[in-house]
Design a protein around this ligand. Structure first.
Ligand code: G
Ligand code: G
Ligand code: MN
Ligand code: NA
Length: 252
């Protein structure tokens, strides 16, 4: 309960910050994008990961102002790195509760405009579960976002209901293969087949595809051999501050 009051203050008092994790082109290693991940430096408890406070934020509705802050901050950050690599995009995670709000469009529009960022440089990561219980209004909102140029990525793909029919309806631009499949690639033929299938599915739907949670050389070789285009994980870089991402972006 006390943590709720603290969290309410956290946004206003500037206790949140972002880390960025690179998303690379598997063939060249070049950084193509970065996922923004929120962190909370609590005055007494120290650095808290999203796992510690996002569930609470979701229960209390505080997730919406937090996500809003993240979107603004991520767009500002992306504007600083677009001088270095003009095509690199930024990805932010959007909570289900936020997706249900009509004002998401206004938030995103304001954030990109005030940062001077092209809408196509922003990706919204949505989980399957957030999309599955999505109403017609949510689908309509996603279509409007797409028309503005915003990219839509389906996060943790394969872990939700995976009703393939919804892929036909959601105007996605990308699938992110959940890291649980990547983690078992070497030892589990079914995990391997899942990564293969999702990669082919992405190809057929003309979607970009990211293998998440690539940690080892073997996993990197496997996802590259399968034909996955992009990778994210400790093999390429951990979530880190903006300065470190700038360095990664200047690597060829
Ligand atoms: O960075 P870390 O592995 O601790 O993140 C854990 C989870 O928190 C991930 O599933 C990620 O999607 C989620 N997350 C991180 N940052 C944000 C954010 O700004 N908004 C929302 N809604 N989720 C986030
Ligand atoms: O659910 P989402 O994909 O948004 O979660 C992103 C989270 O995954 C981040 O919190 C990040 O810390 C974590 N992550 C990123 N790369 C790796 C990895 O290679 N291994 C593991 N175990 N976690 C990772
Ligand atoms: Mn994500
Ligand atoms: Na994910």
């Amino acid at each position: 309960a006390e943590l709720i009051a603290d969290l309410r203050r956290a946004v206003d008092e500037g206790q949140l910050h972002l880390e960025f994790q690179p998303i690379v082109d598997l063939a060249t290693g070049a950084v193509r994008s970065a996922e923004a991940l929120v962190r909370w430096r609590h005055p007494r408890l120290g650095l808290l990961s999203p796992a510690r406070f996002l569930p609470l934020a979701e229960e209390t509705g505080l997730i919406v102002p937090i996500d809003r802050w993240v979107i603004h901050e991520a767009c500002r950050a992306a504007a600083t790195w677009r001088d270095r690599r003009t095509e690199a995009t930024v990805a932010v995670n959007i909570a289900a509760a936020h997706l249900r709000r009509p004002d998401l469009i206004a938030t995103v529009t304001a954030a990109t405009a005030s940062a001077g960022l092209a809408p196509r440089a922003l990706t919204l990561e949505l989980t399957e579960s957030a999309l599955i219980d999505g109403s017609e209004a949510v689908l309509d909102r996603l279509r409007q976002l797409r028309e503005l140029g915003i990219r839509i990525s389906i996060d943790d793909f394969g872990t939700g209901y995976s009703a393939l029919s919804y892929l036909h309806r959601i105007p996605a631009t990308e699938l992110k293969i959940d890291r649980s499949f990547v983690a078992r690639l070497d030892t589990d033929a079914r995990a391997y087949a899942t990564v293969e299938m999702v990669t082919r599915l992405a190809g057929a739907f003309e979607l970009s595809v990211v293998a998440e949670g690539v940690e080892t050389e073997r996993q990197h070789a496997a996802v590259a051999a399968i034909g996955c285009v992009h990778g994210q994980g400790y093999r390429y870089g951990r979530p880190a501050g903006l300065a470190q991402l700038h360095t990664a972006l200047t690597r060829p």
